[in-house]
Design a binder for this molecule. Structure first.
Ligand code: GDP
Ligand code: MG
Length: 790
């Protein structure tokens, strides 16, 4: 518990002092160190100050100060367990023991730029298995893990990547609030060694905030490879933060890193000191004036007056609102305003820029003394490749070619394992057909489960191949280039290149893609990117495309795929343009688009990526698709007509049309008739709202009924329907169907994601209505115009 909660007369033992900087130092100097006994002498609820007795003398602390001291009381002692108990100590703990044990819990937060390897570090340290991708936006929430190390329990948090700690993006705000509210004991700042100048910018901001910190100099392997040398020991001493080289991909240096974390935590590390980043004479004198005023009123002890002054000059909204209920607030604002004007006039640039420039000056000064560039700059290779793939003329054709290759490979390579699985399912089905007695159970197994789940599982290889391509693009760094070359095109629709990555991710699944929009600075751009994402064909729609394109357009596979995807993209872009024009007025935040160096993706990472997807897919198969298949089967199997024995083909057709499913389908069918769809197709489309794969499994169930020869669904779709005398699908109906499926209502998971990420269910409702309407209009146009020619 915290010292502020201690009741009068109660005793407790100090565990640790949270918070940071000069304030923390002062408290420690008063004697609040681990193991000391403290007694509350005066503690009126909600009243300041609180009086304590420690080391035989009295001290009084403000409530906010006492709240930063963690203590353990006699009662709490019972519930304390050591991190690695060896089963030997069964005796009662004394409070001093308990404080000792609790003091061995270290909370660590990982802070760094996107792509610096935080998640990789988190994974090697905690042994967890997280998604690792070479683009910004993978880590959108803090992930927690823990492990025991040398007698300490280490709690580790993987925070979203940020370039700075201003409050422009949700990530920046999130990280800052996390650090302020959770007060981790140690901040591990992960820095890319091979891009150190850029990465140290965030470090300077952390230094301003005066955290207990250790720097993980990650991707040290790349620095070494480039021939550059860095005296990281000296650099660490210069900036007052110990630096440890690491390669988080392999785990090299991780032990040294955590040894250092423990040293810093136990206040044994010699490099640690608080340096003031020098912002040059002009800004420093502005800081000094304001700092003096702030110091006099002793407010907001969490932050040093220097830091508060700097942030006020920058116009930091969070800090300003934090100070706003102080009686001198207006005076400070006036001073800050005046100083800002002076600085901007003197330096001829706006103050934020000026401060950033000074920080870069600090960094390059520090590097000048400690780093010697290698002759062979690793990024030269990058530059050569970049000049090609981001070239104005050939960049986009290369991108389109890669996309085409991706879809072509998905179909062509996937066809082999697909036919093996298909044969397997058919073999099981005919085996069951021969050994089982007729009845509902047999029907359910063959037509319900094998027809439904079996119809979808055959597409697993295709989906794996698609994800292989997406992960290769992400991990290699190509995805960032794709965003770069698309930047100009994206500007035409009122978005920027950064919106492009979530769109490409949408080819896999729209749900994580919608979550990945969190890195987009501007709110309106973010909302638009979220809303257009469901038009990007996700992999769940892939089985439908493969089946129908393979069946009806076997000679134009690659093109048919490309057309469907391009249609989705076109509609998405048109929607973005409309939203920009009619709903969201322009608000572009300029931003840096980083081009991380190319990396050869590791075999292990790529496999892990693919396996994660396969696992999700199989789980979906065993869950929602299995259940839905059985429901669809039951609804179309019942009610049964009063006929003994097996039904003839005509009787089956009649039974199906009269089943519960047939009734639902016929009720809704008139709406979809102008698109060329019969009631079976209608039902499939309805069940597809739960998950798009269900379209296929439902068709599988509906077209399996009464069929005695276990043929593939593809074959059945082209058969003549005895009740109408013509096939249910012609190439034209198939085209209309494909277009409808590619555009209509997002699945439930996507609708939820849209509502949650926009913070308003109305946008979810908008997606449902708008997308379905657009799909209907497009399919209607294709079917009606096509009908004129056939
Ligand atoms: P995050 O965005 O900070 O969480 O970064 P990730 O952990 O997702 O890593 C981004 C990319 O850098 C991945 O492709 C990793 O495999 C790669 N990576 C991470 N650490 C290292 C390292 O120490 N050396 C090298 N060469 N690559 C690394
Ligand atoms: Mg990450």
């Amino acid at each position: 518990m915290r010292l502020s909660e201690l009741k009068i007369g109660e005793k407790a033992i100090v565990v640790k002092v949270l918070g940071r900087g000069a304030f923390r130092k002062r408290i420690i100097e008063m004697g609040f160190v681990r193991g000391q006994e403290v007694v509350a002498e005066l503690n009126a609820p909600m009243r300041d100050p609180i009086k304590f007795k420690i080391m035989d003398y009295e001290v009084s602390l403000r409530r906010s100060e006492a709240n930063l001291i963690e203590v353990v009381t006699e009662q709490e002692t019972a519930s304390v367990t050591p991190p690695t108990s060896h089963g030997t100590t069964t005796d009662e703990y004394t409070p001093a023991h308990a404080a000792e044990i609790k003091g061995k819990i270290i909370n660590i937060a990982l802070v760094g730029n996107p792509n610096c390897g935080k998640t990789s570090l988190f994974n090697v340290a905690s042994g967890a298995n997280e998604h690792v991708g070479n683009y910004s936006g993978v880590t959108v929430d803090a992930k927690a893990g823990h492990f025991d190390y040398k007698g300490y329990r280490i709690n580790i948090y993987d925070l979203p990547g940020t370039y700075s700690l201003s409050t422009y993006t949700p990530e920046e705000l999130y990280v800052r609030r996390y650090l302020n509210n959770e007060m981790p004991d140690i901040v591990v700042n992960v820095v890319v060694a091979s891009n150190i100048e850029r990465n140290l910018f965030l470090t300077t901001e952390l230094i301003d905030m005066d955290y207990s910190m250790v720097i993980a100099l990650n991707m040290y392997d790349e620095l070494e490879k480039s021939g550059t040398t860095l005296d990281y020991k000296l650099l660490g001493d210069m900036i007052g933060v110990p630096m440890i080289p690491t390669v988080s991909r392999t785990g090299k240096g991780i032990e040294e890193l955590f040894d250092t974390v423990i040293e810093v935590y136990e206040r044994r590390n010699k490099s640690v000191r608080h340096v003031h980043v020098n912002h040059g004479p002009v800004i420093e004198s502005a800081i000094a004036d304001l700092k003096e005023q702030l110091r006099q009123s002793k407010t907001a002890l969490q932050f040093s007056p220097r830091y508060l002054a700097l942030k006020m000059l920058e116009g930091d909204k969070e800090i300003i609102s934090l100070l706003s209920d102080n009686k001198d607030f207006d005076k400070w604002v006036a001073t800050a305003e005046k100083s800002r004007k002076e600085v901007e006039e003197t330096l001829q640039e706006d103050i934020e820029q000026a401060i950033a420039n000074e920080k870069y000056g600090f960094i390059s000064g520090a590097l000048q003394e400690t780093m010697t560039q290698g002759k062979e700059d690793a990024r030269n290779v990058t530059r050569v490749i970049d000049s090609l793939v981001t070239n104005r003329v050939v960049g986009i054709p290369i991108f389109i070619f890669i996309m085409f290759l991706m879809f072509e490979a998905t179909f062509v390579l996937g066809a082999y394992p697909m036919s093996w699985i298909e044969d397997g399912v058919a073999a099981i089905s005919s085996w069951l057909y021969n050994i089982m007695p007729a009845g509902p159970l047999k029907d359910m197994l063959i037509n319900g489960i094998l027809g439904g789940v079996g119809g979808v599982i055959v597409f697993l290889p295709n989906i794996l191949i698609l994800y292989l391509f997406i992960s290769l693009m992400e991990d290699s760094g190509y995805m960032a280039r794709a965003a770069f070359i698309m930047d100009r095109a994206m500007h035409k629709i009122g978005l920027h290149g950064k919106s492009f990555i979530p769109l490409v991710m949408g080819f896999g699944c729209n749900v994580p893609a919608i979550m990945a929009t969190r890195t987009i600075e501007s709110r309106s751009s973010r909302l638009i990117t979220i809303l257009i994402n469901p038009f990007i064909s996700c992999s769940a729609r892939l089985p439908i495309y493969i089946l129908f394109i393979g069946t009806f357009f076997p000679r134009h596979v690659g093109w048919a795929f490309l057309i469907l995807y391009i249609l989705g993209i076109t509609i998405a872009f048109a929607t973005a343009k409309l939203l920009r024009k009619f709903h969201f007025k322009e608000d572009e935040t300029p931003f840096v688009m980083e081009l991380p160096p190319y990396r050869i993706p590791t075999f292990k990472a790529t496999c892990r990526h693919m396996w994660n997807k396969a696992e999700q897919y199989l789980r979906k198969m065993g869950g929602i698709i299995l259940v839905a298949s059985i429901i669809v089967w039951a609804l179309s199997y019942y009610p049964r007509p009063d006929i003994e024995g097996e039904l003839t083909a005509e009787q089956t057709t009649e039974q199906q049309a009269n089943s519960y499913m047939g009734q639902i389908g016929r009720a809704v069918a008139p709406v979809l008739e102008p698109l060329g769809f019969n009631w079976k197709v209608t039902i499939a489309l309805i069940s597809g709202t739960a998950a798009k794969e269900l379209v296929i499994s439902t068709l599988g169930v509906l077209y399996a009924e009464g069929d005695e020869s276990p043929e593939t669904l593809s074959h059945k779709l082209t058969q003549v329907n005895p009740s109408t005398g013509s096939p249910d699908f012609t190439p034209l109906i198939a085209a209309s169907f494909l277009i409808f499926v590619s555009l209509y209502i997002p699945c439930i998971a996507s609708i939820t994601a849209v509502s949650r990420e926009t913070g308003n269910w109305k946008w979810g409702a908008f997606a449902v209505i708008y997308n379905t309407l657009v799909a209907w209009i497009c399919a209607f146009a294709v079917f009606q115009i096509g009908s004129l020619f056939t």
